[in-house]
Design a protein around this ligand. Structure first.
Ligand code: AMP
Length: 555
């Protein structure tokens, strides 16, 4: 294959990269914008996740895991059609599912086929085709399967019946099989002599649909809240950790598969979900969380984007302010000015920024309730001494936010300096077909959090306490026994192989940074005491088996 393609000129024949790579036996790399997280870096990820879980526990948050793909419509409705995420960045595909015919066919085979002696599927009769021909006592029945009752199917069946009779001289019986709710209607439509068969369809059959890899997790969690009627539990405090997917231009700190640590507080208004105390609690939690993972010099930027009525007024004011200047702005802004002027604030084009600086800010349009809510969030933050700066232009790139919106930035990150963002989304549940359920949440970019860690690898990676060197034939068995005993004492133990010379074992132990090396040779096994050498000091002692763990734990 390889030579053949080469001889014929690959460039001309192969169109896609993957065809070319296959023909050349080339190495396959991870897709653009994705990356492998390898040890020792994964230790930082584990450190972050373990710390974050501890913090969530202290605030009584509980884990929720939702699918990494959802119906496309969830994001279109939940995040907003006009947002960059939905309009440009989603990984969406059309899932073929089983197809309606397959669903009907399976149901019919399971529920009706047994009555007949023999059945044939998809039988061609002249230029027509019928779903099933079923025989009983050699008498054929032509069966059509349908989702809906309509008169067209009856005409077709009669045509099939005539055709069959002309060809084979037998007049077949006719049957239509339909989902149960359609059966009554069909009985009214059908003339006598056509049998109507009932089909019970599985509730959640796999129809073709558009699916999307989740670009964020709030919509999925609110979907789960609605689907499982979680309002019955009162106030829900969730967190989740997992991958998100956006087709963005990759750069440092920006990936197509990235990880978010999410938290959401959601419940009926009666559970206190609307209270500014929840906003402040979330922000204080974040301050604690960043401190605990060792991220200092963060900045909390805070704003209130008001409620939908304020936003309508603000959008109108923006439209007016944009009208005389919008033709000097980028194409995206020109579109946004018409469809959703608020999104102009998402613009990153440098030339547009001076114009954006002159636009009105939402703070001028907040109603009394939103203003009071915002003031109270700030009062609590002052009381718990969480510093913030107000940024009246912070609107966040998603449509669902109401009232409090925030971002934490970090100086060390360069252009992609937002470590996390979040806000309140009081109308999201209704937009997704649920009951009113005020909520507030955030998403931390875990990739960026890990990038801004100052902790040293030493402090988060647990190196082996001891490296066991089996010495000579038959010693792998003995070494395995010792390792098992030591690991029961929560020691980190690694093992060599009986084929290694002692020198090689020492090198391996050194390389992995083990504290001790333990020699397991025939003599040691005989006396049940082992040579234990401290690698840094070179000090070596012989320790009876029963005291090994104790001894290694000491230093
Ligand atoms: P957003 O949902 O856009 O508010 O994003 C929340 C956080 O996720 C941001 O503050 C980033 O830290 C992180 N984030 C968003 N997009 C990406 C990306 N493409 N790559 C890495 N991190 C991202």
């Amino acid at each position: 294959m390889h030579e053949k393609f080469c001889a014929q000129g690959i460039g001309e024949r192969l169109t896609t990269n993957s065809e070319r790579r296959t023909a050349n036996n080339e190495m396959i790399k991870s897709p653009r914008g994705t990356r492998d997280l390898l040890p020792p870096d994964t230790a930082f990820w584990n450190f972050v996740e373990a710390t974050v879980r501890e913090v969530f526990r202290a605030y009584n948050f509980h884990e929720i895991r939702t699918p990494i793909f959802e119906s496309t419509e969830l994001f279109a409705r939940g995040v907003g059609e006009e947002t960059d995420i939905v309009s440009k960045e989603m990984f969406t595909w059309f899932d073929r599912g089983e197809g309606p015919e397959a669903v009907l066919g399976k149901a019919w085979a399971a529920q009706h086929a047994r009555k007949y002696e023999r059945i044939e599927a998809d039988v061609r009769i002249g230029r027509l085709e019928v779903d099933f021909v079923a025989y009983l006592n050699n008498q054929p029945t032509l069966v059509e399967l349908k989702f809906r009752a309509d008169a067209g199917v009856l005409l077709r069946l009669q045509e099939l019946q005539d055709e069959w009779q002309q060809r084979w001289g037998v007049r077949p019986n006719l049957a239509v099989a339909l989902p149960i709710p359609e059966v009554n209607l069909m009985q009214e439509l059908a003339p006598g002599g056509i049998e109507i068969q009932r089909l019970a369809l599985p509730e959640d059959y796999d129809l073709p649909q558009s699916l999307t890899l989740r670009p964020e997790n709030t919509a999925g969690i609110v979907r789960a809240y609605i689907e499982h009627k979680l309002w019955e539990r009162g106030l829900n405090k969730f967190f989740s950790i997992g991958p998100m997917f956006r087709r963005e231009r990759p750069q440092k700190g920006r990936y197509r598969q990235f990880y978010q640590i999410d938290a959401e507080v959601i419940g009926p208004a009666s559970s206190g979900s609307q209270s500014p105390a929840r906003d402040a609690e979330i922000l204080e939690l974040l301050a604690t969380l960043l401190d605990r993972v060792g991220i200092t010099n963060w900045t909390l930027e805070l704003n209130s984007v008001g409620c939908p009525a304020d936003r309508a007024k603000f959008n109108e004011a923006l439209r007016q302010a944009l009208a005389p200047v919008v033709d000097k702005m980028c194409a995206d802004c020109q579109r946004r000015a018409v469809t959703n002027p608020l999104r102009v604030f998402d613009c990153k084009v440098p030339e547009d920024q001076p114009i954006i600086d002159t636009l009105p800010t939402i703070s001028q349009f907040l109603d009394e309730a939103c203003r009071t809510h915002y003031e109270e969030v700030k009062n609590i933050l002052n009381a718990v001494q969480v510093p913030y700066v107000e940024n009246p232009r912070l609107v966040r790139g998603l449509d669902y936010y109401t009232r409090t919106a925030f971002e934490f930035t970090h100086g060390g990150l360069g252009a992609q300096n937002a470590i996390l963002g979040g806000g309140r989304y009081d109308g999201l549940s209704e937009a997704l077909g649920g009951p009113p359920a005020p909520g507030i949440g955030f998403a931390i970019g875990e990739d960026r959090l890990v990038l801004s860690l100052t902790a040293s690898a030493e402090s988060v990676i647990r190196k082996p306490d001891v490296y066991i060197a089996p010495l000579g034939a038959g010693m792998n068995r003995e070494a395995a026994r010792v390792a098992r005993e030591l690991r029961r004492h929560d020691l980190v133990v690694d093992l060599g192989d009986e084929s290694f010379r002692l020198k090689k074992s020492f090198e391996a132990a050194d390389k992995m940074g083990a504290r001790y090396i333990l020699i397991v040779g025939e003599n040691e096994v005989k006396v049940d005491a082992f040579a234990l050498k401290h690698l840094a000091s070179g000090e070596q002692v012989t320790v009876p088996r029963a005291q090994l763990a104790q001894r290694i734990l000491q230093k």
